[in-house]
Design a protein. Structure first.
Length: 149
């Protein structure tokens, strides 16, 4: 399941919803990305994310389907926020549920690596001076995603 939303999410509630009544799940892995107060050695006071509705959801569905194809998953969830976010706000949530921990861990890492490079979101950071700085793709993110090709 995927959701693109402006509102904050509750990681614990999302995990509970995935696991409720399930006895076939042996492992749940979650990753929550947060807005931090620095990037590339410079201070940041906020973050803004933009996306194209419809296109973004289709791309996230493709990424999730690829994880489902590669690993034995009972469930998976991607929640990605957009809009203006403050320091410490949650940005993205990935949850994978599997009979075995290895599949859950690998699928979660794959989802995050591909989200960082293939999901159509555009990020800008706000500096302490009030400037807006667009976030460029990082070589380290591309390298991490390439291991799954």
């Amino acid at each position: 399941m995927i959701r693109v939303q402006r509102e904050a999410f509750d990681t614990g509630a999302e995990i509970a919803a995935i696991s409720e009544g399930r006895t076939d799940i042996g492992a749940i892995v979650s990753f929550t990305g947060l807005v931090r107060d620095f990037n590339d050695g410079r201070p940041v006071t906020g973050l803004s994310l933009e996306h194209y509705p419809g296109m973004t959801e289709r791309e996230l569905e493709k990424i999730e389907a690829e994880a489902q194809r590669r690993w034995e998953l009972q469930a998976s969830l991607i929640v990605h926020r957009y809009g203006d976010l403050a320091l410490g706000d949650p940005i993205v949530l990935v949850i994978t549920a599997s009979p075995h921990r290895e599949d859950a861990f690998d699928a979660a890492r794959f989802l995050m690596d591909w989200l960082k490079t293939k999901a159509p979101f555009w990020k800008s950071e706000i500096t302490p001076e009030g400037e807006t700085v667009w976030v460029s793709e990082r070589k380290s993110d591309v390298d991490a995603a390439s291991r799954w090709e």
